[in-house]
Design a protein around this ligand. Structure first.
Ligand SMILES: NC(=O)c1ccc[n+]([C@@H]2O[C@H](COP(=O)([O-])OP(=O)(O)OC[C@H]3O[C@@H](n4cnc5c(N)ncnc54)[C@H](O)[C@@H]3O)[C@@H](O)[C@H]2O)c1
Ligand SMILES: CC(C)[C@H](C(=O)O)[C@@H](O)C(=O)O
Ligand SMILES: [Mg+2]
Length: 350
């Protein structure tokens, strides 16, 4: 019986994860679930945002269903105690270097995006974001500079091995889709990006069937608003991928629509699945959160970790059907509660 570790986290994390778990249970796949605290919720219980028992469960499980972390009450804590440290810590502990973030326009959501319907028509892209390197994990600190001023610093860097393994996932992903790979960097300024570009170019000789382009991140941000449907697969570093995926979510109508898979390689072993959004403290506890991103993350879990493509597609079809049937949370311009949106998806599964 496959074991799913459920880490609901903070804010709307538990609300959306409840709906994702319901959907998985409704499929009757004989999964077992075990829950553990993470983030601010875990800090309150044990003084640690990422308790060792939570890491142990995640490692023991076949896959992890993650909600969201973040709590404004803990913003002033030192970095290692903040909820965000738990998310970075678990990604590192599980070696989840590849973060797959699909942005797709679901039928009926043409008018949910602030972009014109004709601009987002046909939107179907995947951001392949590197997840365990870059400026996120370089040396950080505070010091006093020569003028006696306080200075904060975060070292940015990638080694060629890190670039090659994520670029390979980008090429492989593109190969299974429309065979277009856009590598996004800031090679006109950053040495890190120049190495990134060199390694991607070198690897491209193994993928002559994939059309590779390079784009600076500032241009990519603009093109995502101008012609988002032109993109097929984007491969990029940790920081740029974080920012561009939130932006791409609005092309699809809402940040509440974008799921993600975090993987440790080509296989889904120990994969972690989470919506790209955060704990949304502004709407937490009000039943306003859109659970679709979490539900679609559960579909990715079935696809990548349990190799159950048919059930993954059933969930995606049920989300589409619920939306076509008019189910909409407030972020999509509707009045459905989180629970009612979950009801509509479960109903559509039957
Ligand atoms: N993966 C994660 O767990 C993750 C991701 C991003 C941010 N965070 C953390 O979450 C906290 C809040 O960060 P933030 O406000 O910058 O980003 P956020 O993603 O939590 O929220 C941004 C905006 O989007 C809305 N939103 C987010 N998810 C939604 C959903 N499912 N349905 C409807 N509306 C939704 C929120 O109400 C808010 O207005 C911070 O502590 C941050 O560090 C965690
Ligand atoms: C909360 C934060 C550490 C995280 C990130 O930057 O990776 C989040 O924004 C995300 O997109 O998953
Ligand atoms: Mg983010």
């Amino acid at each position: 019986m496959p074991l799913i570790a459920v880490l609901p986290g903070d804010g709307i994390g538990p609300e959306v994860t409840t709906q994702a778990r319901r959907v998985l249970e409704a499929l009757d796949l004989g999964l077992s679930f075990e829950e553990a605290p993470v983030g601010g919720a875990a800090y309150l219980q044990s003084g640690r945002p990422l308790p060792p028992e939570t890491v142990a469960l995640a490692k023991r499980a076949d896959a992890v269903l993650f909600g969201a972390i973040g709590d404004p009450r803990f913003e002033a804590l030192e970095r290692r105690l903040r909820p965000e440290a738990a998310l970075l810590g678990i990604r590192r502990e599980l070696g989840l270097f590849a973060n797959i973030r699909p942005a797709k326009l679901f039928p009926g959501l043409e008018d949910a995006s602030p972009l014109k319907a004709e601009v987002v028509a046909g939107l179907d892209l995947v951001i392949v974001r590197e997840l365990t390197g870059d400026v996120y994990f370089g040396e950080k600190g505070r010091r006093t500079n020569q003028e006696g001023l306080r200075q904060g610093y975060d070292w940015m860097g990638y080694d060629e091995g890190e670039v090659e393994r994520i670029a390979r996932i980008g090429f492989e992903t593109a190969r299974k889709r429309r065979r277009k790979l856009c590598s996004v960097d800031k090679a006109n300024v950053l040495e890190t990006s120049q190495l990134w570009r060199d390694v991607v170019n070198e690897l491209s000789t193994e993928y002559p069937d994939v059309h590779l382009t390079h784009m600076y991140v500032d241009n990519a941000a603009m093109q995502l608003v101008r012609r988002p449907a032109e993109f097929d697969v984007i491969v990029t570093g940790n920081l740029f991928g974080d920012i561009l995926s939130d932006q791409a979510s609005m092309c699809a109508g809402s940040i509440g629509m974008l799921p993600s898979a975090s993987l440790s390689g080509g296989s889904g072993a120990n994969g972690m699945y989470e919506p790209i959004h955060g704990s949304a403290p502004d709407i937490a506890g009000q039943g306003k959160a859109n659970p679709c991103a979490a539900i679609l993350s559960a579909a990715m879990l079935l696809r990548h970790s349990l190799e159950n493509e048919a059930s993954a597609q059933r969930i995606e079809a049920a989300v589409a059907q619920a939306l076509v049937g008019g189910a909409r949370t407030p972020d999509l311009g509707g009045t459905h509660t989180t629970q009612q949106m979950g009801d509509a998806v479960v109903q559509a599964l039957r």
